[in-house]
Design a protein around this ligand. Sequence first.
Ligand SMILES: [Zn+2]
Length: 273
Amino acid sequence: MFLDFTEEQIRRYSRHIILPEVGGKGQRKINNASVLVVGAGGLGSPGSMYLAAAGVGKIGIVDDDRVDLSNLQRQLLHSTPDVGAEKVESARETLQAINPEVEVVPHRLRLKADNILPLIREYDYVVDGSDNFPTKFLVNDACVMAEIPLSIAGILRFNGQLLTVLPRKGPCYRCVFQEPPPPGLIPSCQEAGVLGAVAGLVGILQATEILKLILDREEEQERQITLVDTNKMSFRSIAVKRNPSCAVCGDNPTITELIDYDDTCDIRTIQGE
Ligand SMILES: [Zn+2]
């Protein structure tokens, strides 16, 4: 099979091409793939950097924020001179510098129920590196509806968790967690902190999962949630099953339209806190 790599591509991707599990054919699959990364933050930074380095053909970056000094402890897409700049622009510069072959598409917006589906349908895979539960559930539900494989992860303090969702084939985020926790119940990284390197670790696990999906090496991972505890340096994978009564991917789904939890489900208001 003639794969039509340039000399430069053969050198750039030689450590992939030499892997029997990748080879020229696998590298070509990576070059032809597109991935949308939600959030140019602690998870999205290492995730997108490794995807760009690997040669993923098109990488979309969604973020509506600007770089803040407090981001730099873990968000390696951005450097000190980028403080104040749009994150998607800073991300694009970094990723293009890593690999000019990759098409990087900045999407400076906040994902909402009314804009997410057309956007994710432009991509083969989605990486959720958002920092809040409403977005995670929105991204999960949209990926299930559009049947787009998704890596979804969370980090806090010294811990992380990771789930790869293969819509209709395995459990989704909602099969495991049902619905977003009440606002304020689980502290955010801003409130409770996160070790920067843990963001890096978990973001790279997400990139690894996506690359394995591109290479058709998903094996069993779609049926487990992986819990990372760097205090104990333990990685625990817990078997999870698709929930037949899941509101979005179950046999009789009750969620058939996307919901903006920010607007419709502020449980704090209901509880009068
Ligand atoms: Zn589900």
